[in-house]
Write a protein that binds this ligand. Structure first.
Ligand SMILES: [Cu+2]
Length: 453
């Protein structure tokens, strides 16, 4: 007994969170003094130093929209959902643009989004990501903590891993600043790890990636446009430190897979407990939406006066699902697709009519220890829960006759191409759109769509 008490006291003394968080403050100050910019979330939001953090996310609950004509009585549409929404979620939001105004930050309670905001870091940098737990508006009885688990990220110590049983969670109305020093480029994902079966499925899932140091250039390789190279012939970036430019790309898009089992979402809004062993999702989501909403535009970022999300034009129902799934390309361009699966089922995503080259898996370049090239060509990416795949395709020539050529990217399980099992297409499907040469302005930020000219 005495030993147990002693070890408990010891571990507490060794892992005092405030001291760990404050470690290396001189390094951070030096970095800020050098003017090293922080890479942030996608969209038009300005991202910079915010108090003690580079990025500021909140964790809370909210409402989203899934085809209300696809009924799953009595679970979908949820009769508690305010118009035009249908489905209760837990989730994250990026409040960096209003982080200095705590009233605006706390006003984002019950305004979570799905998928959670994209963020990216650069290899060799140092980043602080603050998470504030705003609580659950619809379920004040649930005093759950939340965490941000950077899935696959190799943490030096558990404190920033977001796995609450071996370290800490973020209680309601508290902040935690996670410290990251990325060394391993590639495509990752993040999710809340508190009561994870529920919180992951309820929507606390999002995409992220680490850009390689090679974006600065290497012998025989151009500096990437992401790092400021004005040469239009330079790649937007490289997926990995390949040494030979074989993972160079001109555009990049997130292909983020998740699922909605309406029984569990309805149960959470109605203070019921679902039986998780009966898991049977009815909606299969691509970037937080189902076909045909996957083809609608991105949301317009954060309204600075309120901190609220601005919906895509004409689509208030998609206010909290801001990420389009449209993939754009000009003929001959190399397009990187960052596939991520944070559902609970394996998926097989087919790109009909275009061959993809798989160059990375789970944030690892596909090379043997002896340098052997393990890239492979396919038109179907199989991806399990918690996995990521980096695939690059070269856009085919523009055929003509229409403003752009369409190639479907879809889940090849037709049972997952419906909304709620109802007639007609739905689920995980989107389009690759190949435009005439010179019609498409270059992509300058990851996962952004541009207006053709
Ligand atoms: Cu959570």
């Amino acid at each position: 007994m005495g030993a147990t008490v002693a070890s408990a006291l010891t571990s507490r003394a060794l892992l005092k969170p405030s001291e760990v968080v404050q470690a290396d403050t001189p390094v951070r100050r030096a970095r800020a003094a050098q003017g090293l910019a922080s890479k942030g979330a996608a969209g038009a939001d300005p991202v910079g130093q915010v108090g003690d953090a580079d990025l500021h996310f909140v964790a809370t609950d909210g409402w989203i929209y899934l085809d209300p004509l696809a009924t799953v009585p009595p679970y979908h549409p949820d009769n508690m959902a305010p118009d035009p929404f249908t489905t209760y979620i837990f989730g994250f939001r990026n409040v960096t643009p209003v982080s200095n105004d705590s009233a605006k930050v706390f006003a984002q309670k019950m305004k979570a989004q799905l998928a959670a905001p994209l963020f990216w870091f650069e290899e060799g940098g140092e980043y602080r990501l603050k998470v504030t737990n705003l609580g659950l508006q619809i379920r004040p009885d649930l005093i759950d903590a939340h965490t941000l688990h950077f899935h696959g990220f190799r943490n030096a110590i558990p404190i920033f891993d977001g796995e609450p049983h071996s370290s800490v969670g973020v209680p309601i109305a508290r902040d935690l600043i996670y410290l990251y020093r990325p060394h391993d480029p590639g495509t990752y994902m993040y999710h809340c790890h508190f009561e994870e079966t529920e919180h992951v499925h309820m929507g606390m899932v999002g995409p992220c990636f680490i850009a390689p140091a090679q974006n600065e250039g290497a012998p025989g390789l151009l500096m990437a446009r992401l790092k400021g190279n004005p040469d239009p012939g330079a790649p937007l970036g490289y997926a990995y430190n390949d040494g030979d430019g074989s993972t160079a790309y001109d555009r990049e898009f997130i292909v983020f897979l998740s699922e909605i089992w309406t029984v569990s979402h309805w149960s959470d809004s109605h203070v019921q407990l679902p039986e998780w062993s009966e898991y049977a999702p009815e909606f299969y989501l691509l970037n937080g939406r189902v076909w045909p909403d996957t083809l609608l535009p991105d949301g317009l970022g954060t309204e600075p006066a309120t901190g609220d999300l601005i919906p895509p034009p004409g689509h208030p129902e998609l206010q909290y699902q801001p990420m389009s799934a449209v993939i754009q390309a000009s003929p001959g361009e190399r397009v990187l697709l960052r596939f991520i699966n944070l559902g609970y089922e394996q998926q097989a995503m087919r790109l009909e009519g275009i061959t993809m080259k798989v160059v990375g898996k789970d944030a690892t370049l596909l090379r043997g220890r002896n340098g052997a090239d393990l890239f492979f060509d396919t038109n179907t990416v199989a991806i399990g829960p918690g996995e990521s795949v980096d695939a690059i395709f070269v856009a085919p020539p523009y055929v003509g006759g229409l403003p752009y050529d369409r190639y479907l990217l879809y889940n090849r399980s037709y049972q997952r191409l419906t909304n709620g099992g109802h007639p007609g297409y739905g689920g995980q499907m989107t389009e690759v759109r190949v435009y005439p040469s010179d019609a498409l302005p270059p992509q300058t930020e990851p996962n952004t769509r541009v207006e053709p000219v």
